[in-house]
Write a protein that binds this ligand. Structure first.
Ligand code: ATP
Ligand code: MG
Length: 778
């Protein structure tokens, strides 16, 4: 047996070595589905299958990278590089680059992110003079997105009286027209939105049988992870591509299907067996990720769902700690509890902050956590995944828009952002005129600008000159950009456009942090260029832009290697695992969300979401809720989530409302943030960032700045009334819960920082903070 196969249990191995034909691996969380997929690819390659013939679709690009790395360890990195592996969006964007010309798209098409799409829809609504309240751009986009995911083209929409009727009922009779305009404008701009990457792939494979045939031949083996969350469009692509060889292996867990709201169709996994003859079904039952208590607690909740496949999940792992439930008076107290508890684990169990994740239902819940973590008394480094991504910040999008225009001058949304930024006297009225005329002539705005002489737009001479200057500048940039790599172009553009100078004028801390962000963008592009050159791969700007457009937040590399707590929504946490997991805001109407408990199927999806959250935890899971919370500007009373009550209580431990002795007093303290030792987490790299006044609503990566730390001169001054002054002294024999008996050989610090150095029989010398160590003198 090959050595790597020894890392699998029997059922896993059977799935890995199974040869050809359609197969499905359906199994609960943490049972090694992703591991099997990874090993299966390695095994195929080991058995002589060419990497170029394997297509593997993952939930994030990060997952794809990690899988490639592991496969590389078995078959060699250079071979693993040739695998077609990534998210549906990134793999099919790549295919559309070379095949999109069949559909009339240039190979340098732009990928519109949701911000671009919303802006474009906003302009269309404005131009059509529709009521902005009835036609909210975001809602219109989400409706269009649902059409696209179900492959309802504009034509199909108009042929469907039910859809037309339902839009009339919701007072939006012009939906079809907006949809039509939106599709046409994207096409003219040489742009595809996220849904188009799937829709257009389907169109390509249906309308061009010879293209389909080529890719069917190429992808002799197709593997899909997280299959339970594929939508109809993705289902059809996979089905078409796998049709010739039928070597299709899908992996998933119906209990973790959580994207119905975005069009995912749980029926894809439930019906897989009906799509092919002779489907081989594999079940994995042993969970390797979590402690027994966590596995059982999760099982006891998901059992309440009626719609599910029967599955066993058990583990050989130790029982471990019970799942801890914490009631808090307010969301600030909740955040303090989480902070305290994390610091306590850092101290007692010597964990790294990288081992901790905080999961929540909605992005807005991070505010209290961020405030508390940043507070000088805690200073906990964290990184938020999700929310507005780095690439969607205004200053970043402005720079990126210049870069996008260089690649695709017809990119309307990019052009609109930069035509008057930095200000060059081209006003909104002029832009409106250009936009209307461009539509009229069926040209892009840039094409129109290049032909200003030949069209009469009723512009005054001054404005005309400004527009001509703008076009000349862009053309000059284009020439300069030729033969430069991504970094050289970006660096050149940032200097030429004087964007940084513009931001510096501002002078506020926000302005400074924007300048830093632009710098960070340049660093990222430099990093990309260097890496590509090292790998001898494409280091062009076009390639960088595609990477940036499709990178999810999880894909981004941390700015530094300082350990950080990860904060993310549960949706984002799918497939991931952390030793310590805090699920916060477990309250009725928040989780389950008030918007998702009107029907059984909605509620069951919320329950699956909870199952996903709980099963991310390896060692310990905390469930916390608050009795009061500010929601939409009002303080509301909250009830604990039904999901807590649904867990079999034998796996739960209710923490007293007052946690450690210190915390008891601290909660009574006027200073709501209490006192926490300063020296628990070491910051490798102090950053020179000014204090951030406003909470950034964007993805924040926060390394607690040393320069913000105000350690009181007298360390006890901050500590409140003798909270830490226990009677422990050098020479005492003490007992510690985990380390057992030991002798105190030294004392240091005071107040919150008071530490004892103890020689333990079991683990040798340890320095422990008295406030957490719970030592008993014996
Ligand atoms: P999810 O449903 O959350 O996506 P999954 O079924 O994909 O989970 P994996 O992520 O593949 O599960 O595995 C869970 C953890 O268990 C990983 O850390 C993995 O390395 C480990 N694991 C899986 N199988 C084994 C095994 N046979 N021996 C040791 N560890 C294993
Ligand atoms: Mg997985």
């Amino acid at each position: 047996m090959d050595k790597y196969l020894e890392n699998l249990n029997e059922s896993q191995r059977a799935a890995v070595v199974h040869k050809n034909g359609p197969m499905i691996i359906i199994a609960g969380a943490g049972s090694g589905k992703t591991r099997v997929l990874t090993y299966r690819i390695a095994h195929l390659m080991n058995g002589g299958v060419d990497a170029f013939n394997i297509l593997s679709l993952t939930f994030t690009n990060k997952a794809a990278r990690e899988m490639k790395e592991r496969i590389g360890q078995v078959v060699g990195t250079s071979e693993a590089k040739n695998l077609w592996m990534g998210t549906f969006h990134s793999v099919f964007a790549r295919i559309l680059r070379s095949e999109g010309h069949n559909l009339g798209f240039p190979s340098n098409f732009t990928i519109y992110d949701s911000q671009d799409s919303v802006r474009l829809i906003g302009s269309i609504i404005k131009e059509m003079q529709l009521d902005k309240e009835l036609y909210k751009a975001k809602q219109v986009l989400s409706r269009i997105s649902s059409f696209k995911n179900s492959l309802i083209t504009v034509k199909a929409y108009y042929n469907n009286p039910d859809l037309i009727e339902s839009d009339k009922m919701t007072q939006r009779p012009k939906m079809g027209e907006i949809y039509n305009q939106y599709v046409e404008r994207c096409f003219k701009a040489g742009a595809m939105d996220f849904d188009d990457l799937l829709l257009r792939t389907n169109e390509l494979l249906t309308r061009f049988p010879e293209v389909l045939s080529r890719y069917q031949d190429r992808f002799k083996y197709i593997l899909v992870d997280e299959y339970q969350d594929t939508n109809h469009s993705q289902y059809l692509i996979v089905r078409a591509l796998a049709d010739r060889f039928q070597n299709i292996c899908v992996v998933g867990d119906d209990s973790q299907s959580i994207y119905a709201f975005r069009g995912a169709n749980i029926q894809n996994i439930l019906n897989f067996q009906n799509n092919y003859d002779d489907v081989k079904i594999f079940k994995l039952e042993q969970n390797y990720r979590s402690s027994n208590n966590i596995v059982e607690a999760a099982n006891s909740v998901i059992e309440k769902n009626k719609t599910k496949l029967d599955k066993e999940v058990w583990t050989d792992n130790k029982d471990g700690e019970l799942v801890k439930v914490k009631r808090n008076a307010t969301e600030v107290k909740e955040a303090q509890f989480v902070a305290q508890s994390i610091l306590q684990h850092v101290e007692e169990n010597e964990i790294s902050l990288n081992d901790v994740a905080i999961l929540y239902r909605t992005n807005s819940q991070t505010r209290a956590i961020e405030d508390v973590f940043r507070h000088r008394n805690y200073n906990i480094d964290y990184v938020i995944y999700g929310g507005l991504s780095f690439y969607q910040r205004k200053e970043i999008k402005d720079v990126i828009s210049y870069l996008r225009i260089l690649i695709n001058p017809n990119d309307e949304e990019a052009l609109k952002r930069i035509i008057n930024y930095p200000a060059r006297g081209i006003g909104a009225t002029t832009l409106d005129k250009l936009s209307v005329a461009a539509n009229h002539y069926n040209k892009s705005i840039f094409e129109l600008l290049c032909n200003l002489k030949n069209v009469d737009l009723n512009l005054n001479a001054g404005t005309k000159t400004k527009l001509i200057n703008f076009v000349t500048m862009i053309k000059h940039f284009e020439i300069e950009a030729q033969n430069k790599n991504a970094f050289e172009v970006a660096d050149f553009i940032v200097k030429q456009t004087r964007i940084v100078k513009e931001l510096e004028k501002d002078g506020t801390p926000e302005g400074i942090s924007k300048v830093e962000n632009v710098q960070e963008l340049l660093n990222a592009i430099k990093g990309f260029t260097d890496e590509q050159q090292e790998k001898k791969e494409d280091d062009s700007l076009a390639f960088f832009l595609e990477d940036a457009a499709l990178a999810s937040d999880l894909d981004k590399k941390a700015k530094d290697d300082t350990p950080k707590v990860s904060l993310m929504t549960i949706h984002m946490s799918k497939g991931l695992e952390y030793p310590y997991v805090y699920i916060i805001g477990l309250e009725e109407n928040l989780f389950p969300s008030a918007m998702s408990m009107n029907t059984r199927s909605e509620l069951e999806e919320e329950r699956r979401l909870f199952y996903v959250a709980l099963t991310r935890a390896e060692t310990q899971a905390y469930l916390s809720y608050s009795q009061n919370r500010y929601r939409w500007g009002k303080l509301v009373d909250c009830e604990p989530s039904r999901f807590i009550q649904e867990i079999d209580e034998k796996y739960l431990e209710l923490l007293s409302p007052r946690i450690a002795p210190i915390a008891q007093n601290k909660f009574l303290n006027e200073d709501i943030f209490g006192s926490v030792p300063q020296d628990k987490i070491r910051f490798k790299k102090p950053i020179q960032r000014p204090p951030i006044k406003k909470k950034p609503s964007v993805r924040a990566e926060f390394t607690a700045p040393k320069n913000l730390k105000r350690v009181p001169k007298n360390p006890t001054a901050n500590a409140g009334p003798n909270l830490f002054d226990t009677n422990i002294n050098v020479g005492n024999i003490v007992e510690h819960l985990k380390f057992g008996k030991g002798k105190v050989i030294g004392m240091e610090g005071g107040g919150a920082n008071k530490k004892a150095e103890i020689q333990f029989a079991s683990v040798g010398i340890k320095k422990l903070l008295l406030q957490f160590a719970k030592l008993k003198i014996i």
